[in-house]
Write a protein that binds this ligand. Structure first.
Ligand code: ZN
Length: 145
């Protein structure tokens, strides 16, 4: 079985093809660029807050299919969540890919488990985590401010 069969599952492809969250947010409250030189992934993440809740999240840039699909999944997952809830989702996602933890995602986020297969290809884990690390950093920086 080729690497593509393992990696490019239907869910991942759907997120990769989706254009819904691939745009800048002009009046974003948080914005941060993330780069993965190993692969050439380079994305900028945008977050718009409203009353303590992430009202909108999107990204733009270029990257491999895993990076783009994962960024789309991230944005879809955190919209409607508080920063604390977003941090918990990030921790769970990173635990799944980095520490072999079985993820404990809410039902509406079960899509995220589709990324589990990436674990078998260590070089692609950085691609999958780029947007997640970028948001994590964004939240940490904001909380310090
Ligand atoms: Zn990549």
């Amino acid at each position: 079985m080729g690497i593509d069969d393992e990696l490019y599952q239907e869910t991942i492809l759907e997120h990769y093809k989706s254009k819904k969250r691939r745009h800048a947010i002009a009046n974003a409250d948080m914005q941060r660029e993330g780069m993965n030189p190993l692969c050439g992934d380079d994305i900028t993440l945008f977050v718009k807050m409203n009353d303590g809740v992430i009202e909108d999240a999107s990204f733009e840039g270029t990257g491999c299919s895993i990076c783009i699909a994962s960024a789309d999944m991230l944005c879809a997952s955190v919209i409607g969540k508080t920063l604390a809830q977003a941090s918990a989702i990030i921790a769970s996602f990173k635990g799944m890919l980095l520490r072999d933890q079985s993820p404990d995602f809410p039902d509406d986020l079960s899509d995220l488990e589709a990324m589990k297969g990436v674990k078998k290809f260590p070089v692609r884990i950085k691609c999958a985590l780029l947007s997640w690390n970028t948001l994590e950093h964004m939240i940490e920086t904001k909380e310090k401010a």
